[in-house]
Design a binder for this molecule. Sequence first.
Ligand code: SF4
Ligand code: SF4
Length: 160
Amino acid sequence: MAGKNFLSRVVTPFFVVLKHVVNQPVTHKYPYERLKGFDRTRGRIVLDIERCIGCGACGWICPDSAIQMKFVEGSKVTHPAIDFLKCSFCGLCVEICPREALKMTNVVELAEDEYRELVYTPEKLSIEPNLKDILPMMKYELEPVITPRKMGYSRRRIEK
Ligand code: SF4
Ligand code: SF4
């Protein structure tokens, strides 16, 4: 009985600590390390103004009234502007677009200091998000590695 007590109180915790010293941590240090986006991540939407014909279907389908059609200098038709504070990233606007002018990226970083900066004009919406501008302090991109024996990340150093 005493032997079993010693085992459960001293030896077992020792092996638990050893296991976590050897294994990679499951948590990561965002924003210095960032989990790589997945292909189907519903992140920031990008507009291809050249493809957009201004039909307004995206604004019509949006369940959150997050889309308003706006004129852009030099264009005869209106194009979508998106209020990302209202948008729930459902993806309906992307699916309904007959010209495939909208796409979702895997960039989910959208925090801004001011509300109005989250209302993206068609011009702002057409700029592809660049992670290096958003997270200049990021050093590693992490990709999950899940096997039957272990769960962890492979780390890829980001070149500056
Ligand atoms: S993703 Fe959904 S909620 Fe966001 S703008 Fe498109 S339709 Fe509206
Ligand atoms: S549905 Fe597509 S083509 Fe129509 S206004 Fe929206 S982005 Fe432009």
